[in-house]
Design a protein around this ligand. Structure first.
Ligand code: DLL
Length: 451
């Protein structure tokens, strides 16, 4: 057990929700009962996807499998994986298992090229989502008396609305401020007596820095908790945030393809993230071979949605590297825990909470005359905020052109990048043959963000 785990000796039973069934009750479900529930939900979701999603059906047919072959939870390994490119190849609605009249919300996240991936929710799906988010907040010790500043972005990104409805369901007071405008964030934190904040950990660090510049000491405010996720962060970063802001900082994990935020979250013990296993079935595989990893070992997280209607996703390869932790948690929850995500097995970068693939940058360069697809991405962190610079080689003809022409190209590229990546990028145009060539894998990314 970690030192953090030892801090929490008594079960934290939430008293929110109905008197008869606290919202957190499923977190304490006995293991056998949980497995029975998972199996019946797994069978139903496989049946639904088989009946309604042609890609899934053709893959099961190719393996000679029918939904009735799923007799135990272990049989999940008979099923084919789903990968991000499946969402791209069936863009926009090809994996939906509900007719559009039953779909009440769409969200989107970055794909590997220009087009985003699209995810759908029925009203029952939204209900599940706000339930798991309510449970997530309760797991972090929040309750109806909290005033929650929600600085995750509202819009196609799942962070804003996902956290919003969960916090409302909890009965807390929600401030739907969305991301950005840091000075206003700090003013509201102080003036509204905010007790909890949700945003990416790097954005919160930026807020901490800015608050210091403005002479605001966050430790003197009622702020007591932060629910941080959407990007990898470390124990060092947690220690720093907790000390500088005088709060407890909790890690929350999720991804659009599965639901959004609310797949897993830390409890008071901060010794791993409890997975809401009654809705999301986890496996850990070897990212190279696709084979299951021995219990407790690190590998790629694979998730199956157990209750999603509009877009059931079977054995989704998240590319996130983690391990399922052995043993039980002192908090009393029976839900298994995963280690914080340490890294990804693909080249996806997360810049200010936005997912960025180098292939998206390449597609912009290839569409633009006068640039070459030779580029390098340099990531730094200034005042807690991620900065992305893309160094791009231009053609020899372009390089000998006027300064004005180069500036124009620079602006065009920065605009095109922002349109595709949803994040502002500093462009540096360089002479042909300046970017180091590699004989093997190209080293396109230099990540100088520390912490
Ligand atoms: O980032 C959902 C989310 C919103 C999670 C707010 C938590 C809080 P996507 O934009 O689809 O969804 O990005 C999903 O972000 O596969 C991970 O690589 C990464 N990620 C999300 N949470 C964490 C975390 C949202 N706590 C991708 N630690 C995932 C590390 C995270 N990485």
């Amino acid at each position: 057990m970690s030192a953090r785990g030892e801090r929490c000796a008594t079960p934290v039973l939430s008293t929110i929700g109905s008197v008869f069934q606290p919202a957190s009750a499923p977190d304490y479900i006995p293991e056998i009962q949980l497995q029975q529930l998972q199996l019946s939900r797994l069978r139903a979701v496989v049946e639904r996807a088989w009946e309604r999603v042609p890609l899934f059906r053709s893959r099961l047919d190719a393996r000679g499998i029918v939904p009735e072959d799923i007799r135990t939870l272990g049989d999940v390994t008979l099923l084919p994986f789903t990968v991000k490119t499946d969402l791209r190849d069936t863009y926009p609605f090809g994996l939906f298992a509900s007719p559009m009249r039953d779909v009440v919300r769409l969200h989107a996240s970055s794909g590997t090229t220009g087009k985003p991936i699209v995810v759908a929710y029925t009203s029952a799906d939204l209900e599940v989502w706000s339930q798991v988010m309510e449970r997530a907040f309760a797991t972090c010790g929040l309750h109806r008396s909290d005033i929650i500043q929600n600085a995750y972005g509202y819009g196609l990104f799942t962070g804003g609305l996902g956290a919003h409805y969960g916090a409302e369901r909890l009965g807390a007071t929600v401030i739907p401020i969305s991301g950005g405008n840091t000075d206003r964030q700090i003013m509201i934190l102080r003036d509204f007596g905010v007790t909890a904040i949700c945003c990416t950990p790097s954005y919160f660090l930026h807020m901490v820095d800015r608050a210091a510049d403005l002479g605001v000491d966050l430790r003197e405010l009622p702020l007591r908790a932060g629910v941080f996720g959407a990007e990898p962060w470390t124990e060092t970063m947690r220690t720093r945030i907790e000390a500088m802001a005088g709060i407890r900082a909790f890690d929350i994990y999720g991804l659009s393809e599965i639901i959004g935020p609310g797949v897993a979250v830390e409890c008071e013990c901060q010794g791993g993230l409890h997975i809401f296993e009654d809705h999301f079935y986890p496996e850990i595989i070897n990212p190279e071979t696709g084979e299951p990893m021995p219990p407790g070992e690190e590998g790629e997280l694979v998730l199956t949605t157990l209750s999603k209607q509009a877009m059931p996703v079977i054995r989704y390869r998240t590319r996130d590297i983690t391990a399922l932790l052995p043993g039980s948690c002192p908090c009393g929850r029976t839900l298994r825990r995963m280690k914080r995500i340490s890294r990804r097995s693909d080249d996806m970068l997360i810049v200010r909470g936005v997912n960025v693939f180098p292939s998206q940058i390449e597609s912009v360069l290839l569409a633009m005359a006068d640039t070459m697809p030779h580029y390098q991405i340099i990531l730094t962190r200034e005042h807690g905020l991620d900065q992305m610079e893309v160094q791009v080689e231009v053609t020899a003809r372009m390089f000998s052109d006027t300064v004005g022409a180069l500036e124009k190209l620079n602006d065009q590229l920065a605009d095109a990048m922002e349109r595709v990546l949803q994040v502002r990028t500093r462009i540096t145009l360089v002479e042909p043959h300046t970017i180091p060539r590699s004989e093997g894998k190209s080293h396109r990314v230099i990540d100088r963000r520390s912490l």
